[in-house]
Design a protein around this ligand. Sequence first.
Ligand code: AQP
Length: 326
Amino acid sequence: MKKILTGIKPTGDFTLGNYIGAIKQMVSMQEEYDSYLFVADLHALTIPQDPKELHERLKKFIAMYIACGIDPKKNTIYLQSENEYIPAMSYLLECTTQYGEASRMIQFKEKSKEHSNFSVGLLTYPVLMAADILYCDADYVPVGIDQKQHVELARDIAERFNHRYGDTFVLPEPMISKSGVKIRDLKDPTKKMSKSEENPQGVISMFDTKEDIEKKIMRATTDSDNQIKYDMDHKPGISNLLNIASSITGRTIEELEKEFDGQGYGTFKKYVASITSEHIMKIQEKYQQLLNGKELDQILDEGIQKSRTLAKGKYDLMKQRMGVIR
Ligand code: AQP
């Protein structure tokens, strides 16, 4: 069975974008692949976080993964920071990565511009991501197009390591799903819906109340021609709502365009608001049960045990290959 791996950074509340773009995809693939899913808490630290808020998010994310349909029997689920071999591997990989490669990463260039005093961790982020991927010999990494470059770097680092020290790693490939859509910010649909966005009106959190979800969708920015037509370049607001409705209901964009033809934005927004809020409310019900139960700790204990065993094996092999062993 081929392996796939995904992690989500707990830099803010888990969003509808994370659900549609990452978790829903993992759910649809969990029968076919040996799946690894983690909370990327070490990655979150590359940008300053409030420790209390970050801590509180960790279990919430795990409970949300499962409430969204991730089956703990078919996935290895864990917190990245509980596997100490991953950052240890990352250091060894840093010594196989060129400074130029890391500093050329688009995310590093963009995020380092946003923060005047950015951390070294922001530069080494893709190397830690390479360790996340390479320790368990993941074959595929389902990512949005923005993360493709990082998976390619992981592959380059693995290839260089294998060439220099002998076969050690499986070469991973990014898996860009054709159906995986990018959910846009509701207030500014030219940009991605992001956890760390400052204006909460554009972002649907999976923890939002029914009323908030409906309000945000009803107030989403749209153009003024009142036609329900998919055209991401000229009508990003309405196209984004079509993407959301299509992902949630499984109906095609064409079907939705047809059904709402001539009905105007108000009616369509009401429909999207109602299906989205109902869908999220069902997920929240399951989420609450999980958060109040004892199951989560057991899932995390089992996940981290498997993850650490694999990572220790890979770390020891790397050290042996590199000559840093007694
Ligand atoms: N808006 C989105 N639409 C579709 N997919 C999305 N993903 C994130 N936002 C959307 C997918 O979720 C996975 C995990 O992403 P992440 O949280 O680790 O990093 P990110 O993509 O940088 O997410 P954010 O919310 O934008 O975080 P911040 O604000 O901290 O930078 C990935 O598969 C991603 O494609």
